[in-house]
Design a protein around this ligand. Structure first.
Ligand code: FE
Length: 185
């Protein structure tokens, strides 16, 4: 009876070990994401959601695709200087796509004049298209915002935005590609 009980405990412990080592940790980053399969992202052109492969590239591959400014902001979490980007003052109707992978990220319908010199939005085009993460750099705690498909750094989100969300997504122009409502520029 005792032997049987120990066998059972051993099996349970073995299963627990398998579970712990098999599940990976959220901080695994690329390796954990590679096994996740396609993501589901909102597309304004489709008016709904599309299943698309996640974008994983090496540093060298990104350097070939992006401009030096885009690489610095998207892949090294840089920040463009205020009032220098292409979109902080843009007011026409359209969609702002990820400069790294092309998915829709923000809409002109949610853009507002924050006076900061960076394009500012009170919500993303869809919650699935972005991800957030705690950022403890620069001696403060901020919430970093990145593209859900390619992981490209976009900016930060703050809780001093306008209604209805009270959020301010402070985004680098260089992380975005604007497509006017009429079509590609
Ligand atoms: Fe992206």
């Amino acid at each position: 009876m005792i032997a049987k009980k120990w066998f059972f405990c051993g099996a349970a412990a073995g299963l627990a070990v398998l579970f712990i080592f098999g599940s990976g940790s959220p901080s695994d980053g690329a390796s954990a994401r590679a096994g996740e399969g396609p993501g589901r992202y909102f597309s304004s052109a489709k008016g709904g959601y599309l299943a698309m492969e996640r974008v994983e590239r090496s540093k060298e591959e990104w350097k070939e695709i992006l401009t030096p400014e885009q690489f610095h902001v998207l892949r090294e979490k840089g920040t463009e200087r205020a009032f220098t980007g292409a979109y902080w003052d843009r007011k026409d109707e359209g969609v702002y796509r990820c400069a790294g992978c092309g998915i829709d990220l923000f809409s002109s319908a949610h853009k507002f004049d924050s006076g900061t010199g960076w394009p500012s939005f009170w919500q993303p085009i869809a919650p699935e298209n972005i991800e957030t993460e705690e950022d403890r750099s620069l001696f403060t705690v901020r919430t970093e915002v990145h593209c859900a498909r390619c992981g490209g750094h976009l900016g930060h989100v703050f809780r001093d935005g306008p209604r209805p969300t009270g959020l301010r997504y402070c985004i680098n122009s260089v992380s975005l590609d604007f497509v006017p409502a009429g079509g590609e520029e």
